[in-house]
Design a protein around this ligand. Structure first.
Ligand code: C2E
Ligand code: MG
Ligand code: MG
Ligand code: MG
Length: 285
C-alpha cells in the first residue's frame, strides 16, 4: 500500500542519511526544547589566588539537565550550539544567570564567563553585557569574559573595538586555553587582555615532560612582562600546584582545588575557604 511504501521510503532515507547529521539535527531540536524549558544550569569552579590562598574568582560552566540523559557536559553540545546559532540564547542566559549569582557572593569575588566567537559576531555583545550587569546590580569590574583565540580569527577590527569597549566599562578580558590556537603571541600584543589561562594540556604534561614545563615557565614570564595575570587550568595534584605556584602563577584552577559545583554550593565553599584563610592569617600574625 501507499502507507507501506512511504514508510519504506522513510527507512531508505534514514539508512542512507549520514547518521551523524541525523544525530546533530536531533541534538539541535533537543537544544531548542532545553532553551524553551529552561533545562540549563550554571556550575562554578573556584580559582585559587596563589598569593593569598583565597578564592577571588569563580568560572561559570554551563551544564544541561537533560530529562532522560541526566547532566550533560558542554563538550557534548557547545559545538552544535555554536554551529546552529543556538549558542546566542544559551550564552545570553548563562551571562545573565552568572551575573545574578555573582551578585549574591562577597564583593571581592569575581565571576568569569566563557564567550563563543558567534556571540562576538552578532554585534550586540556589549549591550547585552551592560544589560546583564545592570539587571543583576553587578559591578562591571566583577565580570571577566573568557575568550579563545578562535574569537580573534574573525573580524579583527570589530573584535578589537569590542574588547576595548568592554575593557573601558571595567570588564576584564581573559585569554582562555592559551597555547592551543594560532598566533598566540601576536594576539597578546594586539588585544588588551587582563589574564592568560594556560591550557590544561600543558599542566597535564608538566611533571613528566620538560618541554611542557619550559612552555609554562615561558608563558608565566611573558604574562609578567606584559603585566597580565596568569592562571593554570586543570591542576589535579599537589605536586603540579606546588610547581606552578613556585613558578609564579597568580591563580590555580583545577580538581585539586575544587571541581565545578552547583550554584547553591558556591557561597558555602567561598565562606569556608576564605574564612579558614583569614583564620590562618590571624593565628599566624
Ligand atoms: P574551559 O573554559 O577551558 O573550562 C575549563 C574546563 O576544564 C571545564 O570543563 C572544567 O570542568 C574542566 N576542568 C577544570 N579543572 C579540571 C581538572 O583539574 N582536570 C580536568 N580534566 N578538567 C578540569 P567543562 O565544564 O566540561 O567545559 C568545557 C568547555 O566548554 C570550557 O572549557 C568552555 O570552553 C566550554 N564552556 C563551558 N561553559 C560554557 C559557556 O557557558 N559558554 C561557552 N561558550 N562555552 C562554555
Ligand atoms: Mg574558560
Ligand atoms: Mg580553558
Ligand atoms: Mg578548555
Amino acid at each position: 500500500s501507499a502507507k507501506n511504501e512511504s514508510r519504506g521510503t522513510y527507512r531508505f532515507f534514514e539508512r542512507g542519511m549520514d547518521s551523524r547529521l541525523c544525530a546533530r539535527r536531533q541534538l539541535e531540536e533537543d537544544l531548542r526544547v532545553a532553551i524553551r524549558e529552561g533545562q540549563f544550569e550554571v556550575h562554578y569552579q573556584p580559582l585559587l589566588d596563589a598569593s593569598t590562598g583565597t578564592i577571588r574568582c569563580c568560572e561559570a560552566l554551563v551544564r544541561w539537565r537533560h530529562p532522560s540523559r541526566g547532566l550533560v557536559a558542554p563538550a557534548d553540545f557547545i559545538a552544535t550550539a555554536e554551529d546552529s546559532g543556538l549558542i546566542i540564547p544559551i550564552g545570553e542566559w548563562v551571562l545573565r544567570q552568572a551575573c545574578q549569582d555573582a551578585a549574591t557572593w562577597p564583593a571581592d569575588v569575581r565571576v568569569a564567563v566563557n564567550v563563543s566567537p558567534a556571540q562576538f559576531k552578532r554585534g550586540d555583545l556589549i549591550a547585552m553585557t551592560v544589560s546583564a550587569l545592570s539587571a543583576a546590580g553587578l559591578e562591571p569590574t566583577r565580570l571577566e569574559l573568557e575568550i579563545t583565540e578562535a574569537v580573534l580569527l574573525h573580524d579583527e577590527t570589530w573584535v578589537l573595538s569590542a574588547l576595548k569597549q568592554l575593557t573601558a566599562l571595567g570588564v576584564r578580558i581573559v585569554m582562555d586555553d592559551f597555547g592551543t590556537g594560532y598566533s598566540s603571541l601576536n594576539y597578546l600584543r594586539r588585544f588588551p587582555f587582563n589574564k592568560i589561562k594556560i591550557d590544561r594540556s600543558f599542566v597535564a604534561d608538566l611533571v613528566d615532560t620538560p618541554d611542557a614545563f619550559s612552555i609554562i615557565q615561558a608563558t608565566i614570564l611573558l604574562s609578567q612582562k606584559l603585566g597580565m595575570e596568569v592562571t593554570a587550568e586543570g591542576v589535579e595534584t599537589p605536586e603540579q600546584m606546588q610547581i606552578l605556584t613556585d613558578e609564579g602563577c597568580t591563580q590555580i584552577q583545577g580538581y585539586h582545588v575544587s571541581r565545578p559545583v552547583p550554584a547553591a554550593g558556591i557561597a558555602g565553599l567561598l565562606d569556608v575557604y576564605n574564612f579558614e584563610c583569614r583564620s590562618r592569617a590571624q593565628s599566624a600574625g
